[in-house]
Design a protein around this ligand. Structure first.
Ligand code: GDP
Length: 654
């Protein structure tokens, strides 16, 4: 039997472990005993209470008093920990789970929903926390509003491929990288500050590779962008990715400024762009709306000042203010492992000021700021709000979209990062162990079992590109086929990647990275395919094609012709033969046929013979008469229609 007093145990006084000796000499009054008088008394009360409880417990068998607790439930929790937090026995929890048909061990991790159900059923109240207590106070501590000052706007340039995003960004900072770029997409994420010439406002531009990175950052709760500049080529108009960009901006509730680019081209039709935008609920000012539009040419550098001025104006309307006199908060825009410098992260400071020497956490990584490097390559001592900087000093590269915070000391940093690393692992474990269990889960599991997977290993040069690739690949998936990313990382393709690929029969994709010698040899030896790309669209396109190959082909039926049965002959040795006239199309030997009586299909099969007069023929065209017999079927009647068709398999694509 359990000790009845067990549940109340936490109420017992703390043990005074640091003073073992003096308590024995209770009667003598020394300085030590006088100082520790409280301890002594508490101890005796506790032991007294224990004794009475013990007596009470022995005397009566009444059920122990139920303790109702407020149980804090994080996203994933072990059964052991949940039981502890509820002061229940873990076996009881396991038993409850078992009743629901889920078998678990005490060390298994369950998700928050299941944990909440259990806790509530046991009569406890539940407090769900998104992130554990360690995260508290890390972000979004309310600012003292009197202490704020204006900050520069942060702008993302979006638009359809080849409409001139890169050219525009480059024109804006008077550089030119387009010529050295591998393809239409911006491959590297950076951020730059530009001075608007008239008002002197600084504007921060973020250079994201397409929209996937924008969404990925947003998905992690990082609201980085204040204004979206939507680039639309005047000679091309609104294209699919233009629409995508509009949707992203709207979802993020970020104002749009339309830059109608390539206005220098003879076939530029800016008016068409404006009307086309109307269809997507972007109403420019000249058409009675409130969206600012500027006609620009990135090539001739026309109207760029005006665009910057419009951004500055929009920023003024947004009234962007923040407090720079506080520890910094920011978002990682890009991170990589640099050979010479170690982990390097491009961080956009959003509030407060980041200084050299600050202790920082971002995602599951921590560090001490060793150096801050501006977009101009200068070393800085500090970076204020809206300033993008390269941060050196991380222990490992964080992920793009991770939020960065400055913490008071290393212990706190370690606490936060180890918690996050732990949570990452637990979440992963929960999603795996969640595969077994309830019927609902099993059903979905069955569903996914029928779904074909395309195993891939993706390696890329920088985190930003990787995110963009993963985002696009994820979107390719359907109910039937999906890309399964076994591993994704930044850096060259190593031998261990090949080993992993081997185990799962996966293909390896290298984006702007190559396999090292050993890896290449191993891949060749084991027949693992490594594919190299430096343009995201090519990569996605290829995967799409490969995945289409995995889709079950569709069978499509092509009508060949119809024939009407005029007479049925019974011929010895052959059996029944129908004398017919082909009414339309052709009838072919070897093709599939259906026998239709009063519009109902009575038989489906193949023709065994197709005769014209006495001769076996390959096909009979409309208007001619012929004799037909079915394979293994003889019940034809006059007036029936024979429908002849062919089945074609069509390889589907996504
Ligand atoms: P992105 O894919 O949106 O980044 O587009 P890019 O900046 O790579 O530009 C695509 C192509 O359009 C390049 O060949 C540019 O030279 C060209 N381009 C960009 N801006 C202009 C412009 O204002 N006028 C003309 N004529 N061509 C431009």
């Amino acid at each position: 039997m359990r000790r009845p007093g067990g549940a109340v145990r936490p109420a017992a006084a703390p043990k005074t472990t640091h003073k073992p000796g003096p308590q024995k000499e209770r009667g003598r009054l020394t300085v030590v005993t006088a100082l520790n008088a409280d301890d002594v008394r508490e101890r005796s009360i506790a032991s007294f209470r224990r004794r009475t409880q013990r007596l009470k417990g022995h005397a009566s068998n009444e059920p122990k008093e139920k303790l109702v607790r407020e149980v804090i439930i994080p996203e994933a929790i072990t059964i052991q920990e949940l039981a502890n937090r509820m002061s229940e026995r873990a076996v009881d929890v396991i038993r409850m789970l078992m009743k629901q048909g889920a078998m678990h061990k005490i060390t298994d991790v369950i998700d928050a929903d299941t944990a909440q159900l259990i806790a509530e059923e046991l009569g406890h109240s539940v407090k769900r926390v998104a992130a554990s207590d360690v995260e508290e106070g890390l972000f979004d501590v309310v600012d003292d509003s009197t202490d704020t000052e204006p900050r520069s706007p942060v702008v993302t340039v979006m638009g359809h491929v080849d409409h001139g995003k890169t050219s525009l960004l480059d024109a804006l900072r008077h550089a030119n990288v387009v010529s050295g770029e591998a393809g239409g997409i911006t491959q590297h994420i950076g951020a730059y500050q530009v001075l608007s010439p008239e008002s002197g406002t600084k504007i921060t531009f973020i250079d994201t590779p397409g929209h996937a990175a924008f969404t990925a950052m947003r998905a992690r709760g990082a609201k980085v962008t204040d204004i979206v500049v939507l680039v639309v080529a005047a000679d091309d108009g609104v294209m699919p990715q233009t629409v995508e960009a509009i949707n992203h901006a709207k979802a993020a509730r970020v104002p749009i400024i339309v830059a109608i680019n390539k206005i220098d081209k003879p076939d530029a039709r800016p008016e068409r762009v404006r009307t086309e935008l109307l269809q997507h609920e972007v109403q420019v000012e000249s058409l009675g709306g409130d969206v600012v539009d500027v006609e620009v040419s990135a090539k001739n550098k026309t109207n760029l000042d005006k665009l910057l001025e419009m951004i500055a104006l929009q920023a003024e309307i947004l009234d962007l203010k923040t407090n720079s006199h506080r520890p910094a908060e920011g978002t990682v825009i890009e991170a990589k492992l640099d050979r010479g410098r170690g982990p390097v992260a491009t961080v956009l400071v959003q509030r407060g000021t980041l200084r050299v020497g600050d202790i920082i956490v971002a995602g599951a990584e921590m560090g001490r700021v060793r150096a801050l490097i501006s977009d101009q390559g200068e070393n800085l001592d500090e970076a204020g709000p809206s300033v993008p900087v390269e941060v050196l000093g991380f222990n490992g590269p964080p992920e793009a979209g991770d939020r960065l915070a400055v913490v008071e000391n290393e212990a706190r940093a370690r606490q936060v990062t180890s918690y996050r690393a732990h949570q990452k692992r637990e979440n992963a474990a929960a999603s795996i162990s969640g595969m077994r269990g309830s019927l609902e889960q099993m059903m979905s599991q069955l569903k996914t079992a029928g779904r074909k997977e395309f195993p891939l290993i993706v390696k890329a040069d920088v985190q930003g590109s990787l995110e963009a690739i993963l985002g696009s690949l994820e979107k390719l998936g359907t109910d039937e086929v999906a890309a399964r990313i076994l591993h994704a990382g930044v850096g060259g393709i190593s031998e261990s990647d090949v080993t992993l690929a081997e185990g799962f029969n996966a293909a390896i994709i290298g984006f702007s990275v190559r396999a090292n010698k050993e890896a290449a040899a191993a891949a060749k030896r084991n027949g693992i395919e490594i594919r190299y790309y430096n343009i995201i669209y090519d990569l996605v396109d290829d995967i799409k094609k490969a995945m289409s190959g995995l889709l079950a082909p569709t069978l499509r039926e092509t009508m060949l012709g119809n024939a009407q049965i005029l007479e049925v002959f019974n011929i010895s040795k052959v059996g029944k033969v129908a004398g017919c006239r082909v009414t339309d199309g052709t009838v072919e030997r070897g093709a599939n046929v259906r026998l239709i009586r009063d519009n109902v299909v009575v038989h489906e099969g193949k023709l065994s013979t197709l005769k014209r007069f006495k001769d076996e023929v390959k096909e009979v065209v409309a208007g001619q008469e012929c004799g037909m017999a079915f394979e293994n079927y003889g019940d034809m009647r006059v007036g029936d229609v024979i429908e002849c068709y062919r089945i074609e398999t069509i390889q589907r694509s996504l």
